[in-house]
Design a protein around this ligand. Structure first.
Ligand code: ADP
Ligand code: ZN
Ligand code: ZN
Length: 731
């Protein structure tokens, strides 16, 4: 009887052998349920063989083979294997965690009628509204709705009217609408008719499109380095159009779930008849599976998603786009600590397809790779909208200016001017809550989290103190727990405090705060975006959620508060990140025809970072930072890995790491450092430490890690949790 080798979601880096009847090599990539210990588990058939190293008396039988969906393509299984090998993470965990939740359940997948979507056929597009009698409001609304979005979920149809599903059935009979979401060859052939026209490209855009288009069937990593507002999205759209003509699929990765609806709307408007799916953690399990299956069947041509979407099966993959490639949210910070950007590059290489990394401020790693010629760099150096110029950036020296409730007079004056001109302004402060510190004026006590090495943030409205790391909340104390004094005050500024100050200063202004607290409710962010776009907002106050990718044409002033702290961080990537973030926020100003201005309140107006920002000169700062990294021996000049350990006692974690270091036989080119406590030394009650390993050679580092990882598995780690983090971003 054939043997199947199964990947299971267990923390051991091995496949498990089972006997299975009626199995052929075609079943590789199929889910299977198997007995494991006393329970049953679901796994993935990775190999089929005729023999096993396990003695036949011990081999158990597989319980059920799931042929409910087609097998995973070999290319996806290869991707999982690569991730397991590169990140030194158990294959079974990699495979099973890469699947939608529904496929990890022991129950077979049944087509979910609630997930059905309906799209217009070319005939539906051609149908004119006037073909429907004016009194038939429901039908008219349905057709309009379908024409606007191209595709509607059954729930959306029902929301239109109680009678809309009946109208939908009529449309199906008329062949205006169909439930299968496949794009017909005819649609593809006449893509140019169905694609809405785009703007006339700028010279930079045209060059970028032509260069990539000329090599659209080859693997290359393209760094699309374009200033904010230079129209990178348009370059993506043009290339996707090219790809759709070849009936191939494009995967578009974005850093932030909040950015997907906006981009989705742009894509749908341009390609109304093309099936597009969004994949992100905001979907319910049924929706996610459905989108995933459409991608697997090759029906979905555009797959838009956050980092997890990099593991979507794509039989006709022809292009990958990683937008805002420098964004750290592409790196998963738990479990399999993969970088979706780096996995995307591997995937593109394997599929022999181009990958485009888009950014106004590329990560130093990518920039370095572009300088060295490994990546091909394309520049977009002017704003795409005619007459839109980059904003003027100025520093307000807060050592000289008087500050009241966080604001200097010149800044207040600038905000006032915007209000008079009916233009929008944005106040950026990357800290939510009312104040970052609660301080006793008499004994200098500050409120700290008992589970983390962090201060509790004051949330005044809710009368609470909250830990932004572990979510712990407690009541606001009435007296200082240390000395009993009543004079305890919030210290410093967060978004809520800025909101309160501005509301008092400008009572007439329509002010909206945008941070994780105010956008938590479903669709809250969508509503705010709409309000901004439709000019129902005068002043936006927000954290980095606001900084990313949004296009607000009527926004003329961006002000930046409290960014000095990151200038002197111990994290060697802090400057790079601060610069990227500030360039991004600054880039929100003056994107259309009104001139933009950026004001930075700082005590260090002469700092090289602010100087570079004033000149909007990414290159000079990048060169400076690269030179520093080279001297200090930091990435991208070396490759790093961390062995992370956490335990209730820091001594236990450090002891484990010390033992791990002793069993490591590092070759000459690999350096092992001493174990040290992590930057965030305590989190959720666990003490954390790490051991840094680095090498100038990625190959040497990888070879070392493979051998070492196997030894680590045999090391006793009583009450210590450990993981390997390859290419770490946090320390
Ligand atoms: P980026 O992502 O590079 O910051 P976007 O792609 O958001 O920039 O484009 C900025 C603005 O420029 C958008 O409003 C977009 O519609 C517009 N735009 C892009 N390309 C062109 C073009 N060729 N002509 C006119 N407007 C354009
Ligand atoms: Zn006190
Ligand atoms: Zn905490």
């Amino acid at each position: 009887m054939p043997i199947i080798r199964v990947a299971l979601d267990v923390p051991v880096n091995t496949l498990f052998d089972y006997l299975a009847q009626d199995i052929t090599a075609r079943d590789i990539g199929v889910r299977v349920s198997v007995p494991f210990g006393k329970k049953q588990m679901i796994g993935m058939i990775m190999e089929v063989s005729t023999h096993s190293l396990v003695s036949s008396s011990k081999l158990r039988h597989a319980v059920h083979i799931f042929r409910d969906i087609p097998p995973l393509p070999a290319s996806l299984l290869d991707l999982f294997r690569f991730c397991s090998a590169y990140y030194h993470h158990p294959l079974g965990e990699v495979v099973m965690n890469g699947l939608p939740g529904r496929l990890r359940s022991i129950k077979p997948v049944v087509a979910d009628p609630a997930a059905s979507r309906y799209c217009l056929t070319p005939a539906g597009y051609a149908a004119s509204l006037s073909a429907i009698p004016a009194r038939n409001i429901v039908k008219r609304r349905l057709l309009t709705g379908l024409k606007e979005s191209g595709v509607m979920h059954i729930e959306e149809v029902k929301r239109l009217s109680r009678r809309a599903p009946a109208a939908l059935r009529e449309f199906i009979t008329l062949r205006w609408v169909e439930e299968t979401l496949a794009v017909h060859p005819s649609t593809v052939a006449s893509l140019s008719e169905i694609t809405s026209p785009g703007p006339i490209l700028t010279t930079d855009q045209e060059n970028a499109v032509n260069d990539i288009a000329a090599k659209i069937s080859d693997f290359n990593t393209w760094l699309l380095h374009g200033i904010t507002g230079s129209g990178k999205t348009e370059v993506y759209l043009q290339l996707i159009a090219l790809l759709l003509r070849q009936e191939r699929q494009a995967l578009v990765l974005v850093p932030e779930i909040n950015l997907t609806p906006q981009l989705e709307a742009i894509f749908r408007a341009r390609f109304p008849a093309i099936q597009l799916v969004s994949l992100h953690s905001g979907l319910n399990p049924g929706e996610r599976l459905n989108a995933w299956l459409q991608a697997q069947r090759g029906e979905a041509k555009i797959i838009l998603g956050t980092r997890l979407a990099v593991f979507t099966p794509l039989p006709k993959l022809g292009l990958i786009i990683v937008d805002e490639e420098q964004d750290t949210s592409f790196k998963q910070q738990e479990g399999l600590r993969y970088s979706a950007r780096d996995v995307a590059i591997f995937r593109a290489k394997h599929a022999n397809a181009p990958v485009i990394l888009g950014s106004a401020t590329p990560s130093l790693e990518s920039y370095y790779n572009a300088l060295s010629g490994r990546y091909l760099r394309l520049r977009l150096s002017s704003r795409a909208v005619k007459n839109a110029a980059l904003p003027v950036v100025r520093c307000i020296d807060t050592r000289a200016a008087k500050i009241k409730e966080g604001f200097s007079d010149p800044l207040i004056a600038a905000l006032e001017k915007c209000l008079t001109l009916h233009q929008q302004s944005l106040v950026f402060i990357n800290r939510r809550g009312y104040a970052p510190v609660l301080l006793c004026k008499s004994c200098a006590w500050t409120a700290t989290c008992h589970r983390c090495a962090s201060r509790l943030v004051v949330h005044l409205r809710e009368k609470q103190l909250r830990c932004h790391h572990c979510g712990h909340q407690e009541r606001f104390p009435s007296v200082c727990p240390e000395c009993g004094d009543q004079d305890i005050v919030p210290f410093g500024h967060g978004t809520q405090r800025v909101e309160a100050a501005l509301t008092e200063r400008f009572p007439e202004a329509r002010i909206v705060r945008i941070d994780r607290d105010s956008t938590r409710r479903k669709n809250a962010w969508q509503k705010i975006l709409k309000d901004i776009q439709e000019q129902r907002v005068d002043i936006l106050i927000g954290t980095q959620i606001l900084a990313k990718g949004h296009d607000f044409p009527n926004l003329s002033l961006v002000s930046i508060l409290n960014s000095d702290a990151s200038l002197f961080s111990t994290d060697f990537r802090a400057s790079e990140r601060l610069f990227a973030q500030l360039m991004q926020v600054a880039g929100r100003a003056g994107r259309a025809t009104i001139l933009g201005e950026v004001l930075i309140q700082t005590e260090f107006p002469d700092h090289p970072l602010y100087q570079a920002l004033r000149r909007q000169d990414y290159d000079s700062l990048a060169q400076t930072l690269l030179a520093e990294r080279k001297t200090a021996g930091f990435p991208p000049y070396v490759y790093q890995a961390l062995l992370r350990a956490e335990a209730l006692q820091i001594a236990a974690a450090l002891d484990f790491l010390a033992r791990a270091a002793t069993i490591a036989k590092a070759p000459k080119l690999v350096e092992i450092f001493d174990p040290v406590p992590a930057q965030m030394a305590r989190l959720r009650g666990m003490e954390r430490a790490y051991l840094l390993i680095q090498s100038g050679s990625r190959k040497q580092l990888q070879e070392f890690l493979s051998v070492w990882r196997a030894k680590l598995d045999t090391l006793s780690a009583h009450k210590v949790r450990w993981t390997l983090d390859v290419d770490p971003l946090e320390f």
